[in-house]
Design a binder for this molecule. Structure first.
Ligand code: NAD
Length: 555
C-alpha cells in the first residue's frame, strides 16, 4: 500500500501515517480504542485492538477511574506519564478536563517527588539528554530528535529543582512537566516542544551513591568547561531549530543570572525562575492592592530569599514602580532582601553580584523578624525554599503593622512553603492576603470561606511562550513579563477577591493564557521584535494556533 500522509496540525509539516503496530506505538497519532471501523480497516489495525469502539469521553472516564484507584500520588504521576507515552491526545484531553485535580500531580508538588525518585520510577526516555561527553556533537544529537520543527525548549541542568536542591539528571521531570503545561494551559502544540537535560554531573552524594541514578556519576562541572557546554548547546539550537524559544529552568542562581544576561539579547530566551515568578508575583500584588486600596509605589516589600526569584521579582516591581512615577533609586529602596545571613545591606561583605542592587545603606538586621520590625513591610514574600520560616510571631507582626498584610509563601513544593494558608489566616484573624507557590485547598475560618491563591508561574510562562511562538519574537523582554503581569491581574474577578483569592481560578487557564499571549505578542509587535506579519485579528490568530486535544480523522 502506498504511504498516506496527514497534517496533524495545520501549521506543521505533513506526517506519514504509519499502519498497524507502528501506528499504535506513535503517541502523537495513536487513538487506541477510538479508531473507527473505517480506520481500523484502512490502517491494518483490525485484530490489534479490542473490537469495541470508544469515543474519547469514554476513554477519559476509563483513565480517570484507573487514576483514582492508584494508592498514592507518585503512582498517579507514573500512570499519567505512561498515558502521555502511549496516547498524547488522550493525555492532554484528560489533563485539560481535570486540570485542577491533575495539576498538583504533573507539576508541583508531586513532580518534585517524581524527580527525587526519577531513577527508580524510570520507564521510558523523553526529550534530549546531553552530557559533557557530547561536547562537539550537540547539533548531531539535537537532530536525533523525532520532530524536524521545535519551537519551545525547556532546559535544566538540575542544580536547583524546585526548593529541593541539586537533583542532577533526575531534574528532567521539570522540563517535561513544564512543557505539559505549555500545551495544557496555553495550547502550544506538543509536537514542537522539546524537554532537554544538560547532565553536567551532580554534587548530591546520595544520588552519586545510588546504583539506579540515571545521570553521569560525576561531580558538577564548573567554570569555563561548563560555560562552553552551554554555549555549544545554545548555538546548536539556533542552527538545528532556528528561532526556537529556550526557557532556562531550575538552574542554581550562580548560573541563572549570568546565563540570562549572556543570552537574552542574543537569542530568544528567558529564565522562568527569575522572570516568570516575577510576573506572577507582581500580578498577585496588583490584585492584592485592589483589596487594600493602596498604590504599588507606596508598598514596602520584604523578601525572605535573595536568589533568582527574590531578585527577579524585585527587578520587575522596580520597573512597575518606575512606570508609576518613582525613580529607579526610590523604587529599589522599596524592595528589601533577607537571606540566610540576615538583611542584605551595603555594609555586608562578600554579597553575590545579583543582590547588590538591593543592598541598601541601612542598619544590618540579623533575622527576618527584626527586619520586619525595622522596615514595616506591607508585603512579605517567601522565596527561600525554607519551610515554616514565617513563624507565628512573624505573621502576627505583619498583622500588627498592616490592616491587610500580603503574605506570599511562594516556595515549592508544598513541604517548603514558608507558612500554610491556615496559619496565615489564623495568625492574622483572617486578614492576611495569602498566596502560595504550591496549591492549598480552600478552607473556612470563623465562618468565612477562603480560597488561597496559587502564586505560581504556571499562570504566566505558558501564555508568554504562546505569544512569543505565535509571532516568532526574536527576544523575550522584561517588558513582555510586565505586560503579562498586568494581563493576569486584569483577569481576577471581584468574586475571586471576595474569597481572598488574588489569582483567577485555574479552570480558566486557557482563557488566561490566551489573553497573556495576545498581550505579549502586542508588545513584540510594538517593540519590533515580532518576525511574523501582524495578523488583522491577533486574538483570533492566536486562538487558531492553540492545540486542541481532538483526534485526527485518518479516513
Ligand atoms: P535560589 O537558590 O536562587 O535562592 C534561594 C535564596 O534563599 C538564596 O538567596 C538563599 O540565600 C536564601 N536562603 C536560603 N536559606 C535561607 C534561610 N534560612 N533564610 C533566608 N534565606 C535563605 O532559589 P530561587 O530560584 O530563588 O527559588 C527559591 C524558592 O522559591 C524555591 O523553593 C522555589 O521553588 C520557589 N519558587 C517558586 C516559584 C513560584 O512560581 N511560586 C517560582 C520560582 C521559585
Amino acid at each position: 500500500m502506498a504511504d498516506k500522509f496527514i497534517k496533524v496540525n495545520k501549521r506543521y509539516p505533513l506526517r506519514r501515517i504509519p499502519t498497524g503496530e507502528e501506528l499504535l506505538h506513535d503517541a502523537a497519532l495513536n487513538k487506541g480504542t477510538a479508531f473507527t471501523e473505517a480506520e481500523r480497516n484502512a490502517l491494518d489495525l483490525r485484530g490489534l485492538i479490542p473490537p469495541r469502539y470508544n469515543d474519547i469521553e469514554t476513554q477519559v472516564t476509563r483513565v480517570m477511574e484507573n487514576y483514582r484507584r492508584k494508592p498514592n500520588d507518585l503512582e498517579k504521576f507514573i500512570h499519567l506519564a505512561g498515558l502521555q507515552d502511549r496516547n498524547e491526545t488522550l493525555f492532554y484531553r484528560v489533563v485539560m478536563d481535570n486540570i485542577v485535580e491533575l495539576m498538583p500531580i504533573i507539576y508541583t508538588p508531586v513532580v518534585g517527588k517524581a524527580c527525587q525518585e526519577f531513577g527508580h520510577i524510570y520507564r521510558r526516555a523523553r526529550g534530549i539528554w546531553l552530557s559533557k561527553n557530547d561536547k562537539g556533537r550537540m547539533k548531531e544529537l539535537l537532530r536525533n530528535w523525532r520532530a524536524a520543527e521545535v519551537r519551545v525548549i525547556v532546559v535544566t541542568d538540575g542544580e536547583r529543582i524546585l526548593g529541593l536542591g541539586d537533583l542532577g539528571a533526575n531534574g528532567m521531570g521539570i522540563p517535561i512537566g513544564k512543557l505539559c503545561l505549555y500545551t495544557a494551559c496555553a495550547g502550544v502544540d506538543p509536537q514542537v516542544c522539546l524537554p532537554v537535560t544538560l547532565d553536567v554531573g551532580t554534587n548530591n552524594e546520595a544520588l552519586l551513591d545510588d546504583p539506579l541514578y540515571i545521570g553521569e556519576q560525576e561531580k558538577r562541572l564548573r567554570g569555563p568547561e561548563y560555560d562552553e557546554l552551554i554555549e555549544e548547546f545554545v548555538m546548536a539550537v539556533q542552527e538545528v531549530f532556528p528561532n526556537c524559544l529556550i526557557q532556562f529552568e531550575d538552574f542554581a542562581n550562580l548560573n541563572a543570572f549570568r546565563l540570562l544576561n549572556k543570552y537574552r539579547d542574543r537569542v530568544c530566551t528567558f529564565n522562568d525562575d527569575i522572570q516568570g515568578t516575577a510576573a506572577v508575583t507582581l500580578a498577585g500584588i496588583y490584585s492584592g492592592l485592589r483589596i487594600t486600596g493602596g498604590k504599588l509605589a507606596d508598598q514596602m516589600i520584604l523578601f525572605l530569599g535573595g536568589g533568582a526569584a527574590g531578585v527577579g521579582i524585585s527587578d520587575l516591581i522596580v520597573s512597575a514602580m518606575v512606570d508609576e512615577g518613582l525613580s529607579q533609586d526610590e523604587a529599589k529602596r522599596r524592595c528589601w532582601l533577607v537571606d540566610s545571613k540576615g538583611l542584605v545591606v551595603k555594609s555586608r561583605e562578600g554579597l553575590q553580584d545579583h543582590k547588590l542592587a538591593y543592598a541598601h545603606d541601612h542598619e544590618f538586621q540579623p533575622d527576618l523578624l527584626s527586619a520586619i520590625k525595622d522596615l514595616k513591610p506591607t508585603i512579605l514574600c517567601g522565596v527561600s525554599g525554607q519551610p515554616r520560616t514565617f513563624t507565628e510571631e512573624i505573621v502576627r507582626t505583619m498583622g500588627e503593622i498592616n490592616e491587610r498584610p500580603m503574605v506570599f509563601a511562594l516556595s515549592n513544593p508544598t513541604s517548603k512553603a514558608e507558612c500554610t494558608a491556615q496559619q496565615a489566616y489564623e495568625w492574622t484573624d483572617g486578614r492576611a492576603i495569602y498566596a502560595s507557590g504550591s496549591p492549598f485547598d480552600p478552607l473556612e475560618y470563623k465562618g468565612q470561606k477562603f480560597v488561597p491563591g496559587q502564586g505560581n508561574n504556571a499562570y504566566v510562562f505558558p501564555g508568554v511562550g504562546l505569544g512569543v511562538v505565535a509571532c516568532r519574537a526574536k527576544h523575550v523582554t522584561d517588558q513582555m513579563f510586565f505586560t503579562a503581569a498586568k494581563s493576569l491581574a486584569h483577569q481576577v474577578s471581584e468574586d475571586d477577591l471576595a474569597n481572598g483569592c488574588i489569582f483567577p481560578p485555574f479552570t480558566k487557564i486557557r482563557e488566561v493564557s490566551g489573553s497573556i499571549a495576545v498581550a505579549v505578542a502586542e508588545e513584540a509587535y510594538a517593540s519590533g521584535l515580532a518576525t511574523v506579519e501582524r495578523p488583522a485579528d491577533l486574538l483570533e490568530y492566536i486562538e487558531s494556533q492553540m492545540f486542541q486535544p481532538v483526534y485526527p480523522d485518518f479516513v
